[in-house]
Design a protein around this ligand. Structure first.
Ligand code: FPP
Length: 248
């Protein structure tokens, strides 16, 4: 162990000692977790919900500013209707059960994706949860619901085109910032670390723009087994990465 500044940087620091501010997770492996135990897939999703609870608590305690979780992708509609209904039911249950604890823990809730296309009662429940937590100033949890990275970029492009057509925007003035300002993640810190559980090594249409300079970490841990120790290990790994953002 040397006495260098880098060796004294906190576990969540990356390369030059900058702590991770924003972590995103592709929560994969619920089905395989259940299958290994000869249980229905819903049992895996239920344990996945417990992992969501543990991870949000740990992320707050570890000082992250934002945690973005891929809870339902725009492609998840392709699953059997029964499983889609189970996932919606779990989300309703999670919001009812966890809202007080989220509030006590000073968590703010953001939603990204086309979640307003969900059933009206669920949209109202999600809206109410955001309102209830809006004055908190601790960890921001961004739930990706009916989210797809390509869809998010299409919507941003459409918004820019509409503004240009209305005459309020010069197409030559469109730069990266103009696009970022029209993404669902507007206002969140830049993405530092993107984790995918369960051994798959794909982005699966998650945060395609935001991942441009994020560190990627793939772990074999199945999502229902993810916990505080797993998050700490991921942040330690992030701390050892050297981030150059295209420089030397
Ligand atoms: C991937 O596992 C997980 C999902 C499609 C949904 C994520 C849902 C949860 C973590 C539970 C509920 C969340 C909240 C916020 C209440 P998979 O089914 O694709 O697993 P497999 O690849 O092993 O089949």
């Amino acid at each position: 162990m040397t006495g260098s500044a880098a060796s004294q940087a906190p576990a969540s620091s990356g390369g030059g000692g900058t702590p991770a501010r924003h972590v995103a997770i592709i929560m994969d492996g619920n089905g395989r977790w259940a299958k290994k135990r000869f249980l229905p897939r819903l049992a895996g999703h239920r344990q996945g919900m417990e992992a969501v609870r543990r991870t949000i608590t740990a992320a707050g305690e570890l000082g992250l500013e934002a945690l973005t979780l891929y809870a339902f992708s725009s492609e998840n509609w392709r699953r059997p209707a029964g499983e889609v209904a189970d996932l919606m039911g779990l989300l309703r249950h999670y919001l009812r059960r966890e809202i007080d604890a989220l509030d006590r823990n000073n968590v703010r809730l953001r939603l990204i994706g086309e979640w307003r296309r969900f059933e009206p009662d669920l949209v109202e429940q999600l809206d109410a949860a955001c309102r209830r937590l809006e004055r908190n100033d601790g960890l921001t949890v961004a739930l990706a619901l009916n989210y797809g990275g390509q869809d998010e970029l299409v919507r941003a492009a459409r918004a820019l085109a509409e503004e240009a057509k209305a005459g309020g925007l010069d197409p030559a003035a469109i730069d990266a910032q103009a696009i970022e300002d029209r993404l669902d993640t507007k206002g969140l810190p830049p993405l530092d670390l993107l984790i995918r559980t369960s051994g798959e090594t794909r982005l699966s249409n998650f945060l395609l723009w935001q991942a441009a300079y994020a560190e990627l970490l793939f772990t074999d841990t199945l999502w229902p087994d993810f916990d505080r120790a797993a998050l700490e290990r991921a942040l330690e790994c992030f701390g050892r990465r050297e981030r150059r953002f295209g420089g030397l």
